[in-house]
Write a protein that binds this ligand. Structure first.
Ligand code: GLN
Length: 492
């Protein structure tokens, strides 16, 4: 079969169960596509062909023996931020270029237990800091819709592999938009779960109070299958929450769009820099939801202007603390011939970290230093609380909140925006992480250059089922999520 990569997760699962094809055939199909097409997309940092084929054979045996789960034998790509036992985990940094984790991240372990086949580890912004996946150490991953554009970031590799059909689905992480924005740039569905829903154990930390893993795939239905594997309490992550996990797949039709109250924040649609095509596509998608029975309600989110400054204080502060461990002694790259300990620290860290990571470590260290701590870090935490309260107030009158996922479509590679210009591109995603809320991106059309546009729906805490269900129903009534980039149509 030459078109296995066109099947949905449900179709793949059924095809394997009915022995229409084997996991080995499916895995070989993807490995062939990767070998041919990824020379252009450049999304994989590591392809684990040998291990994948062994896992596929084991999956085929399990299916034959009758102890397969729904996803046994399906291939997946992991963002290179999730630790994988025996396989290099770089977090997109030279600092961890040769790091082989002695254990699997919980998300990876759960995937293995469910019978998933790991195709490899995919590119990202270094330590998940960024929005373009223009990685200083591993190169720029390309947007499958137009290879001159970025796939977004930081989970840009995860988005690119799915959009180019180099994996049927992928894991991503989202600290300030890194699942939703690349999903938006690549025409995919991506879910950022409620903080605490998915274990962070073995996920290399960026800003621990906001980091959250989640699924990236073509449709809400595909995401629901992966979410069923990823979600759940984990004793190894003290911030993971002991709360029953929904069956996201059986809940796909659980929320009625009829009567659903969708909040439209006034402030969000007047943002400077909001592209006219993005605005138009998002408004059209809301109109469609209205036709399906949703009620659009204008709301106020008064803290909008505070999102970018608040996040860009708290995230670097946490990053500066988390990244202290990469000292060239216990972990990471070590410089050549250090003359003394201070030289070892200094040169290992300046040679091992790229510019953006160094910038954030410096900002964070400054904000946390004695004398500035109260003025910056503590103040930002107070504003963070106000942002959360703003959302909680809004959820008293609406069920979900709609926004673009990003003010623009995918940037050109090498556009070289200044850090502040780049940070402003995160305006629509950051508040969700500051408040710990769940949110989803769904593709809703294209701009004049045929680059995808995404709609973001933000839900109240633990509303993942509702978000997936609303998007699923939108996707039953529309076909944006079925559109494929030309490169995905290529056969290997
Ligand atoms: N673009 C944002 C940043 O640079 C978000 C990154 C993320 O979610 N990991 O921090």
């Amino acid at each position: 079969m030459s078109d296995l990569h066109r099947l949905s997760i449900r179709e793949l699962s059924e095809g394997l169960a009915q022995a229409k094809f084997s996991s080995r055939e499916l895995t070989e199909h993807y490995l062939k596509r990767i070998a041919k097409i990824d020379t252009q997309v450049q999304s994989y940092i590591t392809v684990t062909a040998e291990q994948a084929l062994a896992q596929a054979d084991a999956a085929d045996a399990a299916i034959k023996a009758g102890h397969a789960t729904t996803l046994t034998g399906l291939p997946i790509a992991h963002k290179d931020i999730f630790c994988t036992q025996g396989i290099k985990t770089t977090a997109g940094s030279k600092m961890l270029d040769n790091f082989i984790s002695p254990y699997d991240a919980t998300v990876v372990a759960k995937g293995k237990a469910a019978g998933l086949v790991t195709l490899g580890k995919v590119n990202m912004d270094e330590f998940a800091m960024g929005s373009t996946s223009e990685n200083p150490h591993f190169g720029s991953t390309k947007n499958p819709w137009n290879l001159e554009h970025v796939p977004g970031g930081s989970s840009g590799g995860s988005a690119a592999v799915v959009a180019a059909d180099l994996a049927p689905f992928a894991t991503g992480t989202d600290t300030g938009g890194s699942i939703r924005q690349p999903a938006s740039f690549c025409g995919l569905t991506g879910l950022k779960p409620t903080y605490g829903r998915v274990s962070r154990f073995g996920m290399i930390a960026y800003a621990s109070s906001m980091d959250q893993g989640g699924p990236m795939a073509r449709s809400a239905e595909d995401c629901a299958y992966l979410m069923n594997v990823m979600a759940g309490h984990d004793a190894k992550d003290s911030t993971s929450v002991q709360k029953e996990v929904d069956d996201y797949v059986s809940n796909l039709n659980g929320t009625s769009v009829k009567g659903l109250r969708i909040g439209i924040p006034k402030q969000y649609f007047n943002v400077q820099g909001l592209d006219a095509d993005v605005k138009a596509r998002v408004e059209e998608s809301l109109k469609k939801l209205e036709e399906m029975g949703a009620i659009l309600v204008e709301i106020d989110l008064n803290m909008t202007e505070a999102y970018v400054p608040t996040y860009y204080l708290i995230a670097p502060a946490e990053a500066s603390s988390n990244l202290q461990r990469f000292d060239g002694v216990r972990y990471g790259y070590r410089c050549e011939n250090p003359v003394d300990l201070m030289d070892l620290y200094k040169r290992s860290r300046s040679e091992g970290f790229g510019t953006e990571v160094q910038r954030r470590i410096l900002i964070g260290t400054y904000a946390l230093s004695a004398g500035y701590y109260d003025a910056y870090y503590v103040k930002a935490q107070k504003v963070r609380r106000l942002i959360q309260q703003d959302f909680l107030k809004a959820f008293e009158s609406v069920d979900v909140i709609a926004a673009p996922s990003a003010p623009t479509t995918a940037y050109k590679i090498g556009a070289n925006l200044s850090p502040t210009e780049m940070y402003l591109g995160d305006i629509y995603t950051l508040a969700v992480n500051l408040a710990g809320l769940p949110a989803i991106n769904a593709p809703v059309g294209f701009d004049k250059n045929n680059l995808p546009v995404g709609l973001q729906l933000i839900g109240n805490y633990w509303s993942e089922s509702q978000l997936l269900s609303v998007v699923h129903q939108y996707q039953q009534a529309t076909d944006w999520h079925t559109k494929r980039a030309a490169i995905a149509e290529e056969n290997a």
